[in-house]
Ligand binder design. Structure first.
Ligand SMILES: [Zn+2]
Ligand SMILES: [Zn+2]
Length: 320
């Protein structure tokens, strides 16, 4: 692990896993197109799925020397967002961001066997247990139904890339359906890439046409602060209520998931139990954890007999 991300050296070949800056001395693997995983500069060969390439370029990062395939490297669907992949090479599996639960068009990751597993553990505390999707669907539909009977517009909030499309697919049957302009753009891109999503009007157009005055309605927006002018306006003008979708929703310790009127624990990551069973399934002899509660989570893994440790800067020497 270096300041530039994870580097693996195998047979004099360097593999950079989600590097901050791509490096021309090796292969650069980009797991998915969330901003924190996209490199800031080009250089060297970039290995990523075609969808990641498309979304990255839409977000302003044009990948030069992009390849989708390479001998001895296997891209495994990690079920996190459209195009997200883990990388299996030389008995090492790097998960990137991973989710093993089916959510609408996103199918949960199938875990390959490996000797060494490098995984994220964003929700690596036992308190993070997410309800089944069926339960969430029922709860949210009931909530929307109740607000609709009272003529209250509903804003559904989730990350612009990933969550917003899942929300659209799960709750897009409510009408009229509007999107924050940024979500509409991302949904349109998903449709071009073959994901069926219900059409809806962007918020600027709907507002200009006076459609938001006709209540109730539903709108999918990115996560944003309750202090944002956009939400302030939606509340004061239309009396809209917010429902936020986030893995942090349930947490007692991390209240930033609960700033919306209602918060629903739905995530594009594994919850605690899913992380553990994913690791067991991999049969890995050595597990390295990154992102999130690395100390607590690796301690838990060691307690149940799994050889695990956090991946710290320069701690890779023993497994190059
Ligand atoms: Zn991500
Ligand atoms: Zn991430």
């Amino acid at each position: 692990m270096t300041k530039n991300g994870i580097i693996c050296e195998i047979n004099n070949k360097k593999v950079f896993l989600d590097p901050k800056n791509t490096d021309s001395s090796g292969i650069n693997f980009v797991s998915h197109a969330h901003m924190d995983h996209l490199p800031s500069k080009n250089g060297g060969t970039i290995l990523a799925s075609s969808e990641t390439n498309e979304i990255a370029s839409f977000r302003g990062f044009k990948m030069q020397n992009h390849v989708e395939k390479m001998d001895d490297f296997f891209l495994i669907d990690s079920g996190h967002i459209l195009g997200s992949r883990g990388l299996l090479f030389d008995d090492i599996f790097y998960t990137g961001d991973i989710c093993t639960r089916d959510r609408g068009f996103l199918k949960g990751a199938k875990i390959p066997k490996c000797k060494t597993l490098i995984t994220e553990c964003t929700f690596g505390l036992p308190e993070f247990m997410f309800p089944k999707l069926e339960v969430i669907k029922k709860q949210v539909n009931e909530l929307i139904s109740e607000l609709y009977t009272r003529g209250v517009p509903v804003i559904l909030m989730g990350y612009q890339l990933g969550k917003a499309q899942t929300i659209t697919q799960l709750f897009g049957h409510w009408s009229p359906l509007y999107f924050h302009d940024s979500v509409k753009q991302m949904n349109d891109l998903h449709q071009q890439l073959g994901v069926p999503l219900r059409e809806g009007m962007g918020h600027s157009e709907a507002q200009n046409k006076g459609l938001l005055d006709k209540k109730p309605w539903i709108m999918v927006t990115p996560m944003m602060s309750e202090k944002s002018n956009f939400l302030k306006e939606m509340r004061s003008k239309y009396g809209a209520v917010t429902i936020g979708f986030s893995g942090w929703a349930q947490s007692t310790k991390f209240p930033f998931g609960r700033r919306t009127d209602y918060s629903i624990p739905m995530s594009d990551h594994c919850d605690f139990d899913e992380l553990v069973s994913m690791i067991v399934q991999s049969s890995a002899e050595q597990v390295y954890v990154i992102h999130g509660f690395v100390e607590e989570f690796s301690a838990h893994l060691r307690k149940i007999g799994i050889n695990a440790q956090p991946l710290r800067e320069n701690s890779l020497d023993d497994f190059v």
